[in-house]
Design a binder for this molecule. Sequence first.
Ligand SMILES: *Cc1c(COP(=O)(O)O)cnc(C)c1O
Length: 394
Amino acid sequence: METPVDTHRTATRALATEAVHAGRDDLARQGLHAPPIDLSTTYPSYDSRAEAARIDAFAATGAELEGPPVYARLGNPTVARFETALARLEGTEAAVAFASGMAALSAVLLARASMGLRHVVAVRPLYGCSDHLLTAGVLGSEVTWTDPAGIADALRADTGLVMVESPANPTLAEVDLRAVAHACGSVPLLADNTFATPVLQRPAEQGARLVLHSATKYLGGHGDVMAGVVACDEEFAGRLRQVRFATGGVLHPLAGYLLLRGLSTLPVRVRAASATAAELARRLAADPRVARVHYPRIGGAMVAFETHGDPHAVISGVRLITPAVSLGSVDTLIQHPASISHRIVDADDRRGAGVSDRLLRMSVGLEDVEDLWADLDQALAGAQVPAEAASAAR
Ligand SMILES: *Cc1c(COP(=O)(O)O)cnc(C)c1O
């Protein structure tokens, strides 16, 4: 059966093909199959005049170095393969990888602040630490929180960035990226695409100038690599490489290798987990023990739900599902955002953003749907308010 994903083409190749081949196109002619991992921190050169010219060129534009690498903080060939592949999947000119999602967001903020554009307009909810980074002004930025309809009015002369997540962490609220991009005018829109992945949504096609990923999640896909990446145009990528060079939040080459490998199965993983998630969302919505289910229109492998009973008892009651923060791995994870992922956000701000104290966020993996449902069912049963306790309370 043809799914939209199969017909979702980049310039010439479908997304599923790019996932397997992008960033690897040179390998066969070199007699290689798996991409090499280059662990060098430095590279010899007998021509220091040529090095001076290359370093000047990097300082001017941040363009990737021509020729062999110089020093690992300027760029690494294994990481570059992942960057090339992710840019192909997101349909952007370039991508710049960092040590974590937060390092990637920090680089964007620093790139704008260095141009005197310290003001950020953002829509809640965002991932808890992104919210914290902006609210606490950790990097000297100032934030105005608004809803999508308020973006145009919130823009100032020193606004350097508009930031949204869609679907948002943890409520899975969606924003109309095309409408938001229009409201931004000439101010760059950053869309955090961690939850949707380019398999379900390509924000650059809808007008986002910057597409952010916590690559720790679906791109890596196996819960064993921490990384971040920004997909964007070459001009912005140059500034991000300069910030990365100056501040040092580089991605390790082993992580780059694992991410490239992760990308090759991304479409298969996201489609399979999304089908299971949609079925679990349907069963949860029909369950009287569940007050509310959040599942995005575009689908995906994340489900959020609010229980009538004690959400903490669901967390302590799961047996197959892993009670852990993070998401996007092959196994199913569940966590209580008000306690963990969004704990650092002020309680009133958190609730105001729709993150109820009863909300649970589940990242659906690749297990069988019946096994997952059996586990959820018994965990929900354990979270029921016992009948005697309920009547005693009356
Ligand atoms: C996890 C996450 C981040 C932060 O990424 P790290 O890799 O943990 O630094 C940013 N945005 C979203 C939506 C996330 O889920």
